[in-house]
Design a protein around this ligand. Structure first.
Ligand SMILES: [Zn+2]
Length: 340
């Protein structure tokens, strides 16, 4: 939980993930795990297995939703353009950080232009959109020229304050649990493999992808020997969904179609044999790095599991028991036989 909180605290909107990837790289270096960075900026860690002729790959993504400065407005505020799929209402009122191209950081707040009820009669009725939402920078600026004098320009990355909190009741509340919860789980799993001296049956790659929210994080760097590819990413909760904050969600189908039937059955078997709480579910508006890998033409057995995340791409929350159940299933999965 602490590791997940640490990961969530590092700003990493898709397109600006170097800092968080370096954090992961250092974590793995300490465990003496071999890693390399792909050109896109993602990280691949490999643990040799008994059988090197067939490989397995697991992925989780460190990139998150975010925004970019679209326009420096005449009133000294910033118009933004969204990175990833979410609604403006989910960031209204959020504190944020603007990072200039030279690495300078400023803080601000994301607000409706018409926020003050003492001035704007229809403030509640107006649409939350690119026109009405703006960033109020915590600097004495009242014109575009004054903002530019700070070094702020079109294209600067904006990240949202995750406001990470672990409650005594076992919840973690934070933005970007999608998918930093899963990254934390994979890192902990690698640590466990190392500390328990576990020999994996097959050479296993862990891809820490950095472009998932924009659709193409985990669709490359898949070795020709790779048979199975499992994405570890959040389970989607809401009306009619079976996913919850306490079990591991095994995705049977999302917008991209069904996941590999044999792999799904294998994961269910492992969960039942080891008394792991799980739910089967369909995610209506969802694609994963595993479906992106299939789309890019890789002939692999693909699957998707992950912790259940409430209010995804907004005010996210999950419980330690969902993290534990996901971690347990992965622990048994990496030591199991391939399904084909
Ligand atoms: Zn995700």
């Amino acid at each position: 939980m602490k590791l997940i909180a640490d990961l969530a605290a590092i700003p990493s909107p898709s397109g600006n993930t170097n800092e968080v990837v370096t954090f992961v790289e250092n974590f793995l270096k300490e465990l003496q795990v071999h890693t390399y960075r792909n050109r896109k900026g993602g990280l691949i860690a490999t643990i040799d297995g008994q059988d090197n002729s067939k490989h397995r790959m697991l992925t989780a993504h460190v990139d998150t939703l975010g925004a970019m400065v679209k326009e420096v407005k005449a009133n000294g505020r910033l118009k933004i353009d969204l990175i990833g799929g979410f609604r403006y209402n989910s960031i209204e009122g959020e504190y944020c950080q603007i990072e200039t191209q030279n690495g300078k950081k400023y803080t601000g707040t994301i607000l409706m232009h018409q926020t003050s009820v003492h001035v704007y009669k229809d403030a509640g009725k107006l649409e939350r959109n690119q026109e009405n939402i703006e960033i109020r920078i915590d600097e004495k600026v009242h014109s575009a020229a004054e903002v530019r004098a700070l070094g702020i320009e079109v294209g600067d990355f904006v990240s949202f304050d995750p406001r990470v909190e672990i409650t005594p009741s076992g919840y973690i509340k934070s933005r970007h649990l999608d998918d930093k919860a899963s990254v934390g789980i994979l890192l902990q799993l690698i640590k466990q493999i190392k500390s328990e001296g576990i020999t994996l049956p097959y050479t296993t790659h862990f891809l820490i992808s950095n472009n998932e929210e924009i659709g193409y994080g985990g669709n490359s760097n898949i070795t020709p020997e790779t048979v199975e590819y499992l994405a570890v990413d959040m389970g989607a909760m809401g009306d009619g969904q079976s996913t919850d904050e306490y079990t591991v969600s095994i995705c049977v189908k999302d917008s991209s179609g069904p996941y590999h039937y044999e792999l799904r059955k294998h994961l269910v078997r492992l969960a039942e044999e080891n008394k792991i709480g799980y739910k089967l579910d369909i995610y209506p508006f969802y694609g994963s790095d595993a479906s992106a890998a299939i789309r890019s033409g890789h002939d692999i057995v693909h699957g998707l599991i992950g912790p259940g995340i409430d209010s995804s791409h907004a005010f996210e929350r999950t419980h330690v028991s969902s993290i534990e159940n996901t971690a347990k299933l992965l622990y048994f999965y990496v030591q199991s036989n391939l399904v084909i």
